[in-house]
Design a protein around this ligand. Structure first.
Ligand code: F0G
Length: 464
């Protein structure tokens, strides 16, 4: 391969390369996942991370203003005229002492990376803008994905913004929250509801995309993950380029953790950082394939020879027992994470751990995040609940610096939030009780008052 940017099989013993414009997103030799790879000897890598900060001031240049494309020298695959930016990556890293106290961390040690501020309200936009740059490079007219809701919302918004492309989204029936479904419909996506779950939808969308030549934007698409690396660049930037001790992230299809690992591996190789943070992936206990495989079965990357036998056996047993993911955190209700080998690689290089948290733990953590001034959806709060667990186990020290990724906005899934805070036992039971959630320790109940000025004033004085 003579190009300076290309796609390459992630398995070092295979190492097959594929040209930049290929859209099959699968190694032609071994069927493995692909990376976007750069020959840095022929490109001009940045000399210092500090140079990126200056781009903030170029507010009239949309690519410098974008929180993703500002860093494009670290993923230089797209010509500027193919890039479509709609304000993605304008996110913040917020120090939260109230959430620190909840998780058992010291003041000043816990930060929330709030990805809900993206145009479609989740971290997916970081990767979607990158995938769309590639889609436009290859002249795609239609883009498809399977989704638990956020990928589809992001795909729909970027298609709409191109004015040219049509989004085709596959969702499991009854498996998507209303906020996310509303986005897909509002942005004009062709919405295909499959009688099945996310894993079924993902299998179908891959078949359909191949058959009809539709551009696939699930995270099997390695260009998506290039954009998601920028979440880590922004975290470093917000910390004055100091590397934190831990990054804690919810795990579903495992695209995020894979891209974070790649970001740090590359920054180390380029000599731009001296050490990587540790990565903690938090599964929902009702969708815990990665936890089971990594922590219970001991599946590892092994320097490029992953434990495929263990992984296959686990998946077969899951199918034989007809075990299906079941969690209130619908965003991460996934059985077979598609980026699993890349996630194993990331954890090997970044000293990773995996934990599982219950729906109860997620909802309590979510209420604490909300009370602290940022709103997130249930799956996002896995990062906070997981931090609390790792603190209790003594794996994270109370004085270490921890960054929890809040992956999606609170308004993505108001049903769970309203049920948690509701005083009505029927609503609680219908939404939460049947999922094993027993109590709402941090509920903020609405107060019922007669339509009478004195009664209203009295109620306010009692409660506030
Ligand atoms: N948090 C939220 C809010 C998500 O929407 C997702 C994934 C994750 C965490 C997990 O991230 O897959 O990179 O490990 N949602 C996908 C979707 C699967 O279709 O929107 P991951």
């Amino acid at each position: 391969m003579s190009e300076s940017v290309f796609q390459r099989c992630i398995h070092p013993q295979c190492g097959a390369t594929v040209s930049l414009d290929d859209t099959s997103f699968q190694c032609p030799r071994c069927g493995g996942l692909l990376d976007v790879a750069y020959d840095w000897n022929r490109l001009r890598p940045p000399k210092s991370l500090r140079d990126f900060e200056a781009k903030w001031s170029q507010r009239t240049n949309p690519l410098s203003f974008s929180g993703v494309w500002r860093f494009r020298d670290l993923f230089p695959f797209a010509p500027d005229d193919r890039i479509l930016t709609i304000g993605e990556g304008q996110t913040i890293l917020q120090r939260s002492d109230s959430v620190a106290a909840y998780t058992g961390m010291n003041n000043g040690c816990l930060y929330l990376e709030y990805e809900g501020m993206n145009p479609s309200g989740s971290f997916k936009d970081n990767g979607m803008t990158a995938a769309f740059a590639h889609a436009r490079m290859v002249g795609a007219r239609r883009a498809a994905c399977a989704s638990t809701g956020n990928t589809s919302a992001s795909c729909a918004i970027y298609c709409a913004a191109t004015n040219l492309m049509r989004a085709i989204i596959f969702i499991g029936s009854g498996k998507i929250s209303y906020g996310k479904l509303a986005q897909a419909l509002d942005h004009g996506a062709l919405t295909v509801q499959i009688a099945g779950d996310f894993d079924d939808a993902l299998q179908r969308v891959q078949q359909v995309s191949k058959k009809l030549g539709i551009y696939l934007v699930n995270s099997i698409n390695p260009f998506r993950l290039e954009g998601q690396k920028t979440i880590m660049y922004r975290v470093l930037e917000a910390l004055g380029w100091e590397v934190p001790d831990w990054i804690v992230v919810p795990g579903g299809n495992l695209g995020n953790v894979s891209s974070f690992g790649k970001a740090f591996i590359e920054l180390l190789e380029l000599g731009l950082i001296k050490r990587a943070p540790r990565l903690a992936v938090i599964n929902a206990s009702g969708a815990n394939t990665f936890y089971q495989l990594y922590e219970k079965q001991g599946a590892r990357w092994n320097g490029g020879k992953p434990d495929d036998g263990k992984i296959d056996d686990y998946m077969k047993a899951m199918d034989a027992g007809n075990l299906r993911a079941n969690t209130l955190a619908s965003a991460i209700e996934i059985n077979r994470p598609v980026s699993l080998p890349k996630a194993l690689r990331a954890l090997e290089r970044c000293g990773g751990v995996v934990r599982e948290v219950t729906d109860q733990e997620m909802l309590d953590a979510k209420a604490k995040v909300g009370a602290g001034g940022l709103g997130c959806e249930p799956a996002s709060a896995a990062s906070v609940a997981g931090t609390k667990k790792l603190r209790q186990e003594g794996i994270i020290g109370s004085d270490e610096r921890v960054v929890c990724i809040l992956t999606g906005h609170q308004l993505k899934d108001p049903t769970a939030t309203v049920a948690y805070h509701s005083a009505d036992p029927k609503t609680f039971e219908e939404v939460l009780g049947k999922r094993g959630v027993r109590r709402a320790m941090f509920a903020n109940r609405a107060v019922q008052v007669p339509n009478d000025l004195d009664e209203i004033v009295k109620a306010i004085e009692v409660y506030a």
